[in-house]
Design a protein around this ligand. Structure first.
Ligand SMILES: NC(=O)c1ccc[n+]([C@@H]2O[C@H](COP(=O)([O-])OP(=O)(O)OC[C@H]3O[C@@H](n4cnc5c(N)ncnc54)[C@H](O)[C@@H]3O)[C@@H](O)[C@H]2O)c1
Ligand SMILES: [Zn+2]
Length: 387
């Protein structure tokens, strides 16, 4: 038995107007200070004003939000007593908003208790709206929450189907001001979601279509959105693509590139999308020898590559590297300024943490400890995987 969960999704240019019709008394906007400075928070407030909803702002969310930040946000929520929580931003503010909402409703819980196996009984005090300002994570439509444990330098995968947003407002205008590097990093996150959602062992008939559609959109429109941020048609298609990829992997799973990317991000502060997309081709090549089927299918659908098994899967990996190069992104860890000595010093912990990441269990080919270690090293050096 499987589920497909989604908020009501309002999308396309002008969809922020949906807020004008909202009913409620008080909203807490969870966001970051950059988005305040860029005027995006004011835009949302103006719409809430029209709806007669008083708004308060918690803007202390950092990239890769920590449990401590979430706790501060919960205190603000207890003071403000909102009936709407608005997660406005990239994945970081949207994930923080989900966690703040859950703990505002359920102050008896520890963050680590937000897992798929408990009954949370949410929506007694508030409901959740998500408004993405990056075209990448899909966190607007997923129930997953990624928080960072700063003491142990590791990412924690949390979430429960109940904490999915009620409404996701996917308005490309909110992402139109992203600089090229952020556009590239977050767009590659969406591609990684689409590819891993399609190829992981938890994929289903219901998620396959949105994953393929999302991957096509990224291949076609990401280079345009990076080259010319004012190309609103490319912006809109990327914003939709990221949401579709979120629906796909959020109702299936991500996989090894996410397990490895989470570890790199938590250890060396590499932005999420850049980290996971570096590892994606290596994990595809690793799967190619023993479990190429789904990757070969995808190569046929996306790249028109009709060869058999391993060869087609490897062509897909190369096509992804070519896209990364085309938009100026790295294809190896060495290129992101992580010193080799520091990387090797952390290698054993990184392998352990990757094995503890929930995303690794859906890998098409399960790695042994030594194989995962080798993969981290090959990805550092940019070597094509041959084992
Ligand atoms: N819950 C999920 O399903 C899910 C999926 C993937 C990733 N994540 C998590 O999401 C986080 C990454 O999110 P992200 O990649 O969207 O980045 P982010 O939210 O961390 O933001 C990165 C930077 O971009 C800035 N920014 C955001 N929108 C902007 C805009 N329109 N213009 C200019 N600057 C803007 C932010 O202020 C911030 O400084 C990570 O913590 C990752 O683990 C969650
Ligand atoms: Zn991701």
């Amino acid at each position: 038995m499987w589920y497909f969960c989604s908020p009501e999704i309002v999308f396309g240019e002008g969809s922020l107007d949906e807020l004008d019709e909202l009913r409620g008394r008080r909203a807490l906007i969870v966001t970051d200070d950059t988005l305040v400075q860029l005027g995006l928070v004011d835009r949302v407030k103006a719409h809430l004003d029209k709806a007669g909803i008083e708004s308060h702002v918690f803007d202390a969310v950092e990239p890769d939000p920590s449990v401590q930040t979430v706790r501060k946000g919960v205190e603000v929520a207890q003071d403000v007593a909102p009936d709407w929580i608005v997660g406005l931003g990239g994945g970081s503010p949207m994930d923080a908003a989900k966690a703040i909402w859950v703990l505002y409703e359920r102050p008896d819980l520890h963050p680590a208790e937000i897992n798929p196996f408990v009954h949370l009984n949410l929506r007694q005090k508030a409901r959740l709206i998500t408004i993405p300002t990056t075209s990448g994570t899909g966190a607007e439509v997923t129930w997953g929450i990624v928080l960072t444990d700063t003491e142990e330098q590791r990412k924690m995968g949390l979430g429960n189907r109940e904490n999915i947003a009620d409404i996701a407002i996917v308005d490309p205008v909110m992402a139109a001001g992203m600089p090229p590097q952020l556009t590239a990093d977050t767009g590659l996150d969406a591609l990684t979601h689409a590819v891993e959602g399609y190829t992981c062992t938890w994929h289903t008939d219901v998620t396959d279509g949105v994953c393929v559609g999302a991957a096509r959109l990224v291949f076609q429109y990401l280079p345009r959105a990076v080259a010319d941020g004012s190309d609103m048609s490319a912006r809109e298609r990327m914003h939709n693509g990221a949401t579709c990829a979120g629906l796909g992997f959020g109702n299936a799973m991500a996989s090894m590139a996410h397990a490895m990317g989470h570890v790199l991000g938590a250890t060396f502060h590499v932005p999420h999308g850049r980290a996971v997309s570096i590892f994606l081709p290596y994990t595809i090549e690793f799967a190619a020898r023993e479990a190429p089927g789904r990757f070969a299918d995808l190569a046929g659908l996306l790249v028109g590559f009709q060869a058999e098994g391993e060869k087609a899967a490897r062509a897909l990996a190369e096509r992804i590297r070519a896209l990364c190069r085309e938009i100026g992104n790295p294809t190896s860890v060495a290129e992101v300024d992580v010193a080799r000595e520091a990387y090797e010093a952390q290698l054993d912990k990184m392998v352990d943490d990757a094995f503890n990441d929930t995303q690794i269990i859906t890998a098409a080919r399960s790695p042994s400890y030594d194989e995962l270690r080798q993969l981290f090293l090959y990805a550092y050096e940019g070597r094509v995987v041959d084992f």
